[in-house]
Design a protein around this ligand. Structure first.
Ligand code: ZN
Length: 76
């Protein structure tokens, strides 16, 4: 794989905080596993993680709280 921003080819495994805004609500998911480009620091999710994130976000939207903070390791 190649970084879509800088075309770098070196990646490291990392974790990041995924933030989604939905209407007036903020959904924050901590400790999301990601792949980080060593060159520019841009982060990417694997398909599996992206799917799990979708589910977590959908669940957090109902009932939507003003701010939801979710730990990926507990929600996945
Ligand atoms: Zn990059």
């Amino acid at each position: 794989m190649m970084c879509m921003y800088c075309k770098g080819k070196e990646f490291i495994e990392s974790t990041t905080t995924h933030v989604v805004t939905y209407k007036n609500c903020l959904i924050v998911i901590k400790n999301v596993p990601c792949i980080e480009c060593e060159q520019c620091g841009e982060t990417f999710y694997s398909d599996e993680v992206a799917q799990i994130l979708d589910k977590i976000v959908s669940a957090a939207k109902q009932p939507a709280q003003e701010i939801s903070v979710i730990d990926y390791r507990q929600a996945a």
